[in-house]
Design a protein around this ligand. Structure first.
Ligand code: ADP
Ligand code: MG
Length: 698
């Protein structure tokens, strides 16, 4: 066995380990729970717990933790040791089924959006056996879901698991109509490509904005940015390579299939793509990937920035959520096959997704709403805030033919001629790549590209699974009741295409023409988190979540408030950080340089040399003017900040932030960035963009 296959999964309590270590009947019963979504048998838990503990202790673990995903978007853990006291001052190592199944962390400090008053602080975590336990930092981590004493959902995992169940149930109903009856479960699968920046740790430590907010709040555009396109897929620098190697090994150990890595468009930007797995595990794995990226970077004296827009002048970071539906026996429901025009099963699922995306553009947009992501969406580097679907020419033509009752005549797949004899001509892909679409069909999956780099992928996948389930349910209801399946199917496809073709767009989504065209088509353009969040509690959405048993109406409201409160908190921190930096670092620096110039002028005058120092004089004038402007804008932002802090309604506060705070921050930054260009570089209080972006040079 080579080293990698020995390493891979060595810290994961995965299927192989379970098969090896659990009695056959226990293994089988647990497997049924995992594969078929059966209820968990509590007697199984004791045996599994004991096997898990033995395995973990052999690997050096001393503690265990229920690992969960509260609504903060990051993960939480509380460690307990396996140690259990026994008479005579001794201790034994214990871990019971009860401890595996249920934990009780203090829930009071996690956001609940008003669902759980702090005096009812009790919250419970419950083992989720569909994601493998793993060892991290000498602790056995048990993936769990998190809910309140009253049963309200307080995490991102519970609704995700529910949505996976729903989409599975409804997909199975549709499959049965096609005579496919042996499918026990349909898995929503995801591969999440992750973008990130790496910068030098010493430089990072000298920027309060990076430390406190994850992004630069000041910084003039550097002479060189990404315009030469020399970084994308470029050779990876040795220091970054060493980081990637260690990162891969750490990920492989806990069973994360990190596969592809390359440099991205912006300098210092990189990407990691894993091999896809179930949505549930992909969500856990993406959280772990982000955490481990940060930790490994530190070991290499670098900082991994996961913020969506760390630097104003170069591309920000996103995440691509590749989503598909696969049966337990290996059929991909979005596989067009050799003859997509005749593949009715594929066409039905495809049209279901079109309808779902068109009807719930708002929810998809909401699911990727975050203050950081607002800097990207629609900024000519990421898909716009407008949701549309890319299908490619061939599929679009097939759908047109169905809509208009015309036979589709297949075009021959074209050969790409390379024009070089030693290179074989290769067949052109029928779905060409389109990098600008927010939701692209890419052969046998959909790539949802609006996600921000720092966010949990749970929310977008909850929405994807839920809206797909809801439409599949409508389809199944109608088709099951049909007199003649074939006729009804044909009519259903035709109607669906006619009603929802407006969501298909194969052109360049980054252009202004598309924004205008989308408006003509009546598509939503929810530009900011605030605009999007306002729609969360629309009747349509509350009804959908309730119908699909994902959230109760009060849980939807809570989630909206948490989204807005997070937005407001982020901006509050950013405003305060800006004010500190401007007051304590930038203004004093301007005064210092001005003083140096004035001293210089005075010294010159004493020498009696007759030549006027026009350079110094004009610089003093400009610096004084800009210094005054900076001060004015500091005062203006202080006033805005005070007004903002005086408000309490989250939506009103967020609107005020969007309309007043953000412009005031931009105005302050504008003057500061001009000053950066004029002041002696040795005096400027923090590292510049050029230093940050090109700091990893070997
Ligand atoms: P890109 O061109 O965007 O880099 P890739 O072909 O490299 O796309 O694949 C991107 C991601 O899609 C990978 O994480 C891959 O595992 C994932 N993927 C492939 N097939 C599926 C599927 N059936 N379901 C979910 N994700 C998938
Ligand atoms: Mg991609």
């Amino acid at each position: 066995m080579n080293r990698i296959s020995e390493l891979f999964g060595s810290m994961s309590f995965n299927d192989d380990v379970m098969r090896e270590r659990l009695p056959r009947d226990i293994y089988r019963s647990l497997h049924k729970t995992i594969e078929e979504g059966r209820d968990l048998d509590s007697t199984v838990a004791n045996v599994v717990a004991s096997a898990m503990k033995d395995w973990a202790m052999e690997k050096g673990a001393t503690h265990y933790t229920h690992w969960f995903q509260p609504m903060t978007g990051v993960t939480a853990e509380k460690h307990d040791s396996f140690l259990s006291p026994c008479p005579g001052g001794k201790a034994i190592m214990e871990f019971s089924g009860k401890e595996l199944m249920k934990g009780e962390p203090d829930a009071s400090s996690f956001p609940s959006g008003g669902l759980r008053a702090t005096f009812e602080a009790r919250g419970y975590t419950t083992w989720d056996p569909t994601s493998y336990a793993f060892i991290k930092d000498d602790s056995l981590c048990i993936p769990t879901v998190f809910c309140s004493f009253g049963g309200e959902v307080l995490d991102k995992k519970t609704p995700l698991l529910r949505s996976m169940e729903r989409v599975s149930e409804q997909s199975i109903r549709l499959l049965r109509l096609f005579g496919i009856t042996d499918v026990k479960h349909v898995f929503a699968t995801v591969g999440a490509e992750q973008e990130y920046f790496l910068i030098d740790r010493d430089l990072y430590n000298r920027r309060r904005d990076l430390i406190l907010t994850g992004r630069t709040l000041f910084g003039n555009r550097p002479p060189k940015g990404q315009e030469l396109d020399d970084h994308y897929f470029g050779a990876i620098k040795p220091r970054v390579m060493a980081f990637m190697k260690e990162l891969n090994e750490e990920l492989w150990k806990i069973g994360i299939y990190a596969k592809t890595e390359h440099n991205e468009v912006a300098p210092a930007q990189h990407e990691l793509a894993p091999v896809f797995t179930t949505t549930n595990m992909a969500t856990d794995h993406n959280q772990l990937t982000m955490e481990i990226m940060k930790r490994v970077a530190q070991k290499h004296n670098m900082i991994c920035l996961l913020h969506e827009k760390p630097f104003a002048c170069v591309n920000g970071s996103g995440k691509h959520n590749n989503w598909s539906l696969n049966t337990n026996n290996g059929l991909n429901l979005f596989k067009p096959g050799k003859n997509p025009a005749e593949n009715k099963l594929f066409l039905l699922f495809l049209c279901g997704v079109l309808k779902a995306v068109d009807e719930h553009q708002d929810l998809l947009r909401i699911s990727v709403a975050a203050p950081g992501n607002d800097h990207r969406l629609g900024a000519n580097e990421a898909p716009p805030a407008i949701v549309s679907v890319y299908l490619g020419d061939q599929l679009t033509r097939i759908l047109e033919c169905i809509e208009n009752d015309v036979d589709y005549t297949e075009e021959k797949a074209q050969n790409m001629e390379t024009g070089v004899h030693v290179l074989a001509d290769f067949q052109k892909d029928t779905t060409d790549r389109n990098r600008t679409s927010p939701f692209a069909f890419t052969g046998n999956k959909f790539e949802f590209r609006m996600l921000g780099s720092a966010m949990s992928i749970a929310d977008p996948n909850i929405v994807l699974n839920t809206i797909a389930a809801d439409v599949f349910q409508q389809f199944a209801d109608r088709l099951e009741a049909a007199q003649d399946f074939e006729t009804e199917l044909k009519a259903l496809l035709k109607e669906t295409i006619h009603a929802h073709k407006r969501i298909i767009f194969n052109g360049n989504n980054y252009t202004d023409e598309w924004v205008a065209e989308a408006e003509r088509r009546g598509l939503l353009n929810l530009k900011t988190t605030v605009d999007a969040a306002a729609h969360y509690t629309d009747e349509k959405n509350v009804a959908l979540f309730q119908r699909q048993r994902i959230f109760t109406p009060s849980e939807v409201e809570a989630r909206r408030d948490i989204l807005l409160e997070h937005y407001n908190n982020v901006y509050n921190i950013e405003m305060a950080t800006m004010l500190e930096m401007a007051h304590q670092e930038i203004l004093p620096c301007v005064f210092r340089y001005n003083r140096q110039l004035t001293d210089l002028m005075a010294a010159k005058q004493q020498t009696g040399i007759g030549i006027q120092d026009t350079a110094a004089r004009s610089l003093i004038e400009t610096l004084t003017e800009l210094g005054n402007a900076l001060h004015e804008r500091i005062t203006a932002l202080e006033e805005v900040n005070a007004a903002f802090n005086g408000m309490s309604d989250p939506l009103q506060k967020a609107c005020y932030c969007r309309d007043h705070a953000i412009p005031a921050m931009a105005a302050l930054r504008e003057v500061a960035d001009r000053l950066e260009l004029l002041v002696d570089a040795r005096l400027w209080p923090f590292p510049t963009y050029a230093q940050l972006l090109f700091s990893i040079d070997s």
